[in-house]
Write a protein that binds this ligand. Structure first.
Ligand SMILES: Cc1cc2nc3c(=O)[nH]c(=O)nc-3n(C[C@H](O)[C@H](O)[C@H](O)COP(=O)(O)OP(=O)(O)OC[C@H]3O[C@@H](n4cnc5c(N)ncnc54)[C@H](O)[C@@H]3O)c2cc1C
Length: 480
């Protein structure tokens, strides 16, 4: 509700996903006396985070977990009083599979995205030929590259580990996270820890052993599963808890911000459409927590050069088939959390998550729930298939790979177009240029998954940091 004669500073946050909500929540924590408006174009908060409880299933339509390896999401959950409601992954099957000539083979124990921390599991894996294994071990003796700027995942991994380990292990494990084209994915932006291992220790194997990883991480495979958590009631519970902490009336749902302009007094004028009519309101500070193509359009008249840099960040899309079967119709023992598909296998799925194995409480006892990911930067055309076509395609993949027979209990297709920002080579330099440009505009901040990390903890850090900068600039924070 607008306050006509209210002289308190008024902040706007544009975008009600996890980034915008974290920003609004932090603004309220730091400057509780200020007015706050959170604009969300759709009719609900959460952005890509969507959970639904239906017939004993917990359906996650977007992310299904976050990692505690980076502290920001866990810290937020603590502040929201929901730390005890976080559940870890099933302790029994902490492994993933890679599709290899149409069959599932486990990721060798201790192999972490790009680096082997144990020798025997690599020697025993069917994923690599003896020649590929020897080349992988040869990484230890491969001289470091003279630092000369950014490099793609394909270039770095082939150079250090050999083409076979890249194609059969590294590419599927990493592309699965970013739904990215490995020939374009920036090492500096997406995997700086491995660049640092090469720079500091001479290679990734050397880096692993010189203390760059913790001992408990070396016994899992593929990912650091001991750090994966999810709210017991689903990811959207985090959204609900955040929204509950905001002052009544903060969230303006179904309100799309159309433009941002500098007002005569140096504050920010937002134009938005509410109940079908265009309206304007002036704010002391604005955080844009929407995708960069939206921020670019909003800022076009404020700073065309900034808009151009934002527009240049590409996005990829993915579709998820959330599909359930009676347990009796699935042949594979599902003794892992899912499988990833190397590009060289030419499959129609990027990965399949065994959702009800990964976390408890995702399906009734007699059923199994899967999430199959399709599309990504390398197969964007698959998103144009109809729901029926995608359902058939995924059923066929499940039949071939996991021995799944008969009709599913249900299959829901979720499409996320332009939802995953792509960190291409040169991304770090671009983001620095964007940040320098934004710093010239007092009272304007950008936040989200397009800048310095796509995962939920990074989004929370980004939103909270934007809120902190804004309150510090206006000297509103008690800590400023
Ligand atoms: C399918 C999928 C699976 C993922 N899985 C994981 C996972 O398991 N773990 C993990 O850590 N991360 C995962 N991620 C990444 C992570 O979920 C996202 O990076 C994060 O949720 C993005 O949050 P956000 O608030 O920045 O953006 P979004 O969620 O995209 O929210 C942006 C919001 O801005 C709104 N908006 C846009 N334009 C306007 C406008 N003009 N006016 C007002 N509002 C506007 C949109 O409606 C939207 O609600 C996944 C991402 C996807 C797409």
């Amino acid at each position: 509700m607008p306050h006509a004669a209210d002289s308190r500073p008024h902040f706007a946050v544009v975008g009600g996903g996890i980034t915008g909500l974290s920003a609004a929540h932090r603004l309220h924590e730091l400057a509780p006396d200020c007015r706050l408006s959170l604009f969300e174009a759709s009719s609900r908060l959460g952005g890509v985070i969507q959970s639904e409880h239906r017939d004993g299933f917990l359906i996650e339509r977007g992310p299904d977990m976050f990692t505690t390896g980076e502290p920001w999401a866990l810290e937020l959950c603590r502040r929201l009083g929901m730390e005890n409601e976080l559940i870890g992954v099933n302790p029994d099957h902490r492994k993933a599979f890679v599709i290899h000539h149409g069959r599932l083979a486990p990721v060798p124990e201790g192999f972490m995205l790009m680096a082997p921390s144990k020798m025997w599991p690599i020697l025993g894996t069917p994923l690599l030929s003896m020649r590929g294994k020897l080349r992988l071990f040869g990484e230890f003796f491969t001289p470091p590259r003279a630092p000369e700027g950014d490099e793609s995942l394909a270039s770095f991994a082939t150079r250090r580990l050999g083409r076979e380990a890249y194609e059969r292990l590294v590419q599927p494990l990493i592309s699965g996270i970013y739904t990215a084209d490995p020939e374009k994915l920036s090492m500096a932006a997406a995997l700086p820890q491995f660049v640092e291992m090469e720079r500091r220790y001479g290679g990734v194997a050397r880096g692993m052993w010189r203390g760059a990883t913790k001992k408990e991480d070396r016994s899992s495979s593929g990912a650091r599963y001991n750090r994966f958590v999810s709210p017991k009631l689903g990811m959207e519970d985090l959204i609900r808890r955040l929204a509950e902490r905001l002052p009544a009336g903060t969230a303006r749902l179904g309100v799309k911000v159309e433009s941002v302009a500098k007002a005569e007094d140096g504050r920010w004028r937002l134009t938005f459409v509410a109940q079908g009519a265009p309206q304007q309101e002036v704010f002391d500070g604005v955080i844009l927590a929407a995708p960069t193509f939206v921020a670019a359009a909003l800022l076009q008249d404020v700073d065309a050069a900034l808009a151009e840099q934002l527009e240049a960040i590409p996005y990829a899309g993915t579709a998820i088939a959330v599909i359930a079967y009676p347990r009796s119709q699935v042949e594979h023992p599902l003794n892992g959390f899912g499988c990833v598909a190397p590009l060289v296998e030419k499959r129609n799925v990027l990965s399949i998550s065994f959702s009800s194995v990964k976390f408890p409480g995702r399906a009734p006892d007699e059923s199994l729930l899967f999430r199959a990911f399709v599309g990504g930067a390398c197969q964007p055309h698959l998103l144009d298939l109809s729901d029926d076509e995608l359902t058939v395609l995924v059923q066929e993949e499940l039949r071939e790979l996991l021995g799944v027979r008969g009709a599913p209990q249900f299959c829901e297709i979720v499409r996320w177009r332009r939802a995953m920002p792509q960190y291409h080579v040169g991304h770090v330099t671009r983001v620095k240029a964007i940040e320098e440009r934004v710093a010239q505009h007092d009272g304007l901040e950008l936040a989200g998954n397009a800048y310095r990390g796509v995962g939920i903890p990074f989004c929370i850090r980004s939103g909270e940091a934007a809120a902190t900068r804004l309150t510090e600039a206006l000297q509103l924070s008690p800590f400023a």
